[in-house]
Design a protein around this ligand. Structure first.
Ligand code: ATP
Ligand code: MG
Length: 448
């Protein structure tokens, strides 16, 4: 992408309304624009990150055997009356009436709708197990929308739902999602610690929240420092191997980790040696529940079992805050100069900086590199504007692409490009003809 033809409305000043780094940086870099409290437009740069996160979530859901579909944002109130949640949800639910005075609502979650779909089409245990997900906008009329996309009112969520015949099968479905969440967040460069959680308005009896540590997080968390030493690199396993999947869950739940609501100070002291007791703040990026028959009963989702009897389905639901993750990743990765994107979610991989736009030799070298890098499959943002070098450097640091390739007249004369690593600040000189292969290797190393 040529910056001269792109839409990147970077702000000169820090926006005053932003209380935390991610909100400030997302506004500053022109990733989002607020339309109303907790409601945002995703401008091109922000949209690219959102899509990258969505794609990682999708890939890991599919790998774990979940099937993608799409349900609408608008739901009939009648479904929610059947489950009893229409009243329970209170003012957080945005209630709407259409021209025929039918009661509708903007979905805050989809347990009712998906259970109703499954009740309609699944009649036999032979159609199980079933795990379905969608990535769709939700609306919750939060009392205090704040921190930009971290606590929005309209936000993008991946929500998935599992349906099984027996409790044992349901727990296996839960465990698969548990492991897939570890993989999903790790693939974005995050360590999300699973913590035993309360089940809240969704209800149920088995639940974990996944939190990443950040000073600006809204949750108080307590955990064993042993989590810091864990190997978070992705787990290769066969999702159908129940014992292997359960072993990972056991490993990650054997160490103490709890949010405020579930924290037990006595147990913390008993189980965790003093030097390893950590408390801090965390951001909830995912939440999984197993709740058995909570919705399958009121919505009549039952199947004929192998014993010839009817059984209510054993269900779970699994959420990931896709849009919240954009902010959370920035909270976990930024410095005084701006954002530092992990390569897998970066809006572009490389920022190509032309230090002397209009100088024929420099322009030609940049054009060649732009083409070579793009042909090698790298996503390049080419700063071909006529602005001063200082402004280009500052803007490139601000938007935080993992690598910068810097070309000025002197580089061209020496036949060398300067490559800067945004995270470490390290600079090195690479012969112009090797830039594309060097960058391809670097990218492959961090994406694998
Ligand atoms: P919170 O405790 O932060 O209000 P929640 O427990 O109500 O969240 P869930 O119902 O578990 O949320 O939703 C699944 C995921 O959706 C959460 O883990 C979170 O990442 C994301 N999420 C929930 N509410 C919001 C919001 N208002 N803005 C952005 N993301 C949200
Ligand atoms: Mg939650």
């Amino acid at each position: 992408m040529r910056l001269s033809r792109y839409f990147l409305p970077v702000l000169r000043e820090d926006p005053k309304e932003a209380e935390i780094a991610s909100h400030r940086l997302m506004l500053r870099t022109g990733m989002i624009r607020q339309e109303a409290a907790g409601i945002y437009s995703w401008l091109p740069l922000g949209f690219r990150v959102l899509k990258k996160i969505e794609n990682i979530v999708r890939r890991e859901q599919e790998r774990a055997g979940s099937i993608e579909m799409l349900m609408p944002t608008i739901q009939p109130a009648e479904l929610w009356k059947r489950s009893g949640r229409y009243d329970d949800y209170g003012k957080e639910m945005l209630r709407i009436a259409d021209r025929k005075e039918h009661e509708l609502l903007y979905g805050p979650t989809n347990e009712e709708m998906i259970t109703d779909i499954v009740a309609r089409f699944v009649q036999s245990y032979k159609q199980l197990p079933l795990n379905l997900f969608h990535i769709q906008w939700k609306f919750r009329d939060e009392i205090r929308p704040r921190f930009g996309v971290m606590r929005g009112r309209e936000f993008l969520m991946k929500d998935g739902y599992s349906f099984d015949l027996t409790r044992e099968d349901g727990e296996h479905a839960y465990n698969k999602m548990f492991v897939s969440y570890l993989r999903t967040f790790a693939a974005m460069g995050l360590k999300a610690i699973p913590m035993r959680a309360e089940t809240g308005p969704i209800g149920g009896n088995l639940s974990h929240e996944f939190l990443i540590l950040a000073d600006t997080g809204e949750s108080q968390v307590y955990f064993d420092a042993a989590f810091h030493e864990k190997d978070w690199s992705t787990f290769e396993l066969d999702y159908d191997d129940r014992e292997a999947v359960a072993a990972v869950v056991r490993e990650f739940t054997s160490m103490y980790a709890a949010t405020e609501e579930m924290h037990d100070p006595e147990r913390f002291e008993r189980e965790v040696p003093e030097g390893r007791r950590v408390s801090g703040r965390g951001i909830e990026v995912g939440h999984i529940f197993f709740f058995g028959e909570k919705y399958s009963r009121p919505l009549g989702a039952k199947v004929l079992g192998p014993d010839g009897n009817e059984h209510y389905l054993q269900c779970g639901s699994y959420g990931i805050g896709v849009s919240r993750l954009v902010g959370a990743i920035i909270e976990a990765g930024h410095d005084e100069n701006g954002i530092i994107w992990p390569a897998p979610v970066a809006p572009f991989h490389v920022g190509l900086i032309n230090l002397r736009q209009g100088d024929d030799a420099t322009d030609a070298a940049c054009e060649r590199l732009y083409e070579q890098l793009s042909n090698a499959g790298l996503e390049v943002l080419y700063d071909d504007t006529g602005e001063r070098a200082g402004e280009k450097f500052a803007r490139m640091d601000l938007i935080g692409l993992p690598w910068q390739v810097i070309i000025g007249p002197r580089n061209v004369k020496d036949g060398m490009a300067e490559i800067k690593d945004r995270a470490t600040g390290a600079r090195e000189n690479v012969p112009l003809e090797f830039v594309a292969s060097v960058m391809t290797e670097r990218l492959a190393a961090v994406l694998s």
